[in-house]
Design a protein around this ligand. Structure first.
Ligand SMILES: Cc1cc2nc3c(=O)[nH]c(=O)nc-3n(C[C@H](O)[C@H](O)[C@H](O)COP(=O)(O)OP(=O)(O)OC[C@H]3O[C@@H](n4cnc5c(N)ncnc54)[C@H](O)[C@@H]3O)c2cc1C
Length: 417
């Protein structure tokens, strides 16, 4: 097993990785992105960017990444990479319009954990799967790689989820939880909806079946050679669920003007908006930076060291860099502490809140923010790219895919910047 070299949780490290990967983000990416070549030296895969932990944490923005790739390769050669980044924005927008999917997932996960406690057979199968002891070589390698490195290649995630659901016949919510607890990029939208996609719950009736020949072909470039996957289910019905989650209206905050900001205000950084730079220039400077990292809330079970440490590190680093940029103090809002006394101690009544997306971060922070919001003390900000994309994320990805050129134009992302 290649030892884990944890990416630094800083914006400087994200920008350095972007610069390093940039030459490979055009046609080479389109041709090779499906290969799971495994972690090579420095824990890096050569053919994919591994920018996802920083993108999830909001340390680098999708707009930064697309602008750079478009500038380096032009629209034709950059098309595949840009489309993949839009999958992330699509999943975010989709879950925003169906937040009940996250609520149902959490309930289902807790029910599935109760079944693990109650049932010795399930407990054994779950232990074998998460510890990489199933006897299916490929699956076992990925289970251990996930825990050791905090990352898996996209194709490996698809095969792993498929084997978990259709060969091992384990509850998909337990698998999604295993990913969320260990992926440094663990994301409520991309993870939950991708697992649902593999299961056949996202695109109803269309599921993804992992095949041994496909796995061998696309893992041939791994340091120890192609992975075997004997004994996979070759036929299974897609999962079904009793009810559809109805879509609710998107309630996107309007762009913020300086008149909206009552001075003095605090800027709140969190797990999915850990750095001020991707937020763009604020109309005024904050008097205080508050950092709230809640990685333990990803699950009712213990979160892996790498995922936990990366999230804590991004928020701590983001607080320090924002305080230096705005020449103001920074304070940590710790889990379990009320927010109001922190604000009172600093003599600050108002908060600028980078959008809290559906998921554990909103679940953890909203109870304290809701009363302040009701008193008109919270101004929410949301990036242009999300604002322009989410209205297209109503059903399948196709609705977003066909709008990408228009969205980039609307947001002024041309590759010239
Ligand atoms: C079962 C399953 C679970 C997943 N869970 C997560 C998760 O928790 N968090 C997460 O960020 N992604 C998740 N993904 C999507 C995808 O696997 C990762 O985003 C990607 O592998 C990250 O590696 P990269 O940065 O090298 O991607 P690259 O191929 O370099 O792509 C660039 C960026 O585009 C975005 N992206 C690429 N592919 C996808 C995709 N299929 N869906 C959504 N965004 C994409 C990511 O932000 C990524 O960093 C999951 C996919 C599956 C099949």
């Amino acid at each position: 097993m290649t030892s884990a070299i944890t990416p630094a949780p800083t914006r400087a490290a994200a920008l350095a990785r972007l610069a390093e990967f940039l030459p490979a983000a055009g046609r080479r990416y389109a041709e090779t992105r499906n290969q799971d070549d495994g972690p090579h030296q420095h824990g890096a895969y050569g053919n994919v960017s591994q920018l996802s932990p920083w993108l999830h944490a909001g340390v680098i923005g999708e707009a930064d990444v697309i602008e750079a790739v478009l500038g380096a390769h032009g629209p034709r050669a950059a098309e595949k990479f840009i489309a993949e980044v839009f999958w992330r924005i699509y999943f975010k927008g989709y879950l925003e319009q169906r937040p009940a999917i996250w609520v149902d997932y959490c309930k289902g996960r807790d029910g599935a954990f109760a079944a693990v406690e109650r049932n010795a057979g399930i407990r054994t199968a779950y232990g074998e799967a998460t510890e990489g002891r199933t006897g299916i070589e490929a699956f076992d390698v990925w289970a251990r790689e996930l825990v050791a490195t905090g990352y898996l290649h996209n194709h490996a995630r698809m095969w792993f989820a498929s084997i978990w659901i259709f060969t091992l016949k384990l509850d998909w919510r337990l698998g999604a939880d295993f990913f969320l607890r260990h992926l440094m990029d663990g994301d409520a939208a991309s993870n939950t909806l991708s697992w649902r996609w593999v299961a056949g719950l996202h695109t109803k009736g269309k599921h993804y079946m992992a095949r041994a020949d496909n796995i061998a072909r696309y893992t041939a470039g791994r340091p120890d050679g192609a992975l075997a996957a004997d004994g996979l289910a070759d036929h299974a019905e897609p999962l079904e669920e009793a009810q559809d989650c109805a879509r609710q209206r998107l309630d996107l905050p309007a762009p913020v003007a300086s008149a909206d900001l009552v001075q003095p205000f605090a800027l709140l950084l969190h797990d999915e908006a850990a750095h001020h730079a991707p937020l763009g220039p604020l109309p005024a400077a904050p008097a205080l930076v508050i950092g709230a990292a809640r990685p333990a809330e990803r699950s009712s079970a213990k979160v892996g060291t790498l995922a936990h440490g990366f999230a804590q590190g991004t928020v701590a680093g983001g607080m320090a860099e924002a305080a230096a940029a705005y020449h103001c103090p920074a304070v940590e809002w710790r889990s379990g502490e009320p927010l109001a006394p922190l604000l009172a101690a600093a003599g600050v009544e108002h908060i600028v809140l980078p959008y809290l997306p559906a998921g554990w971060t909103r679940d953890a922070l909203w109870p304290d923010l809701a009363p302040l919001t009701a008193q008109g003390r919270v101004v929410t900000i949301r990036g242009d790219l999300d604002r322009a994309t989410w209205p297209h994320a109503k059903a399948g990805f196709f609705g977003v895919a066909k709008a990408i050129d228009g969205i980039l134009g609307e947001c002024g992302i041309t590759g010239a910047g």
